[in-house]
Ligand binder design. Structure first.
Ligand code: ZN
Length: 72
């Protein structure tokens, strides 16, 4: 199982709704996916047509979204 599949599974446990956020910087897709994985929160692009499928992680869902929006 690759990382993207792990993220997709984790998305079922992620908190919703999602806060205001920017689209994927690579493919422009919206919205990115947020998931909780092993105590870490990940925001990632799940677009199958995206060449990069970027992801960021944080210690909280809010921190993960903040990092996604900062492109950090
Ligand atoms: Zn993308």
């Amino acid at each position: 199982m690759n990382m993207l599949e792990v993220i997709r599974q984790g998305a079922h446990t992620a908190q919703r709704p999602r806060p205001k956020h920017l689209p994927c910087p690579f493919c422009g897709d919206d919205p990115p996916l947020a998931a909780e994985i092993a105590g870490h929160f990940v925001v990632a692009c799940e677009n199958d047509d995206c060449a990069a499928n970027p992801q960021v992680a944080g210690l909280s869902l809010a921190q993960a979204w903040e990092r996604w929006n900062r492109r950090a």
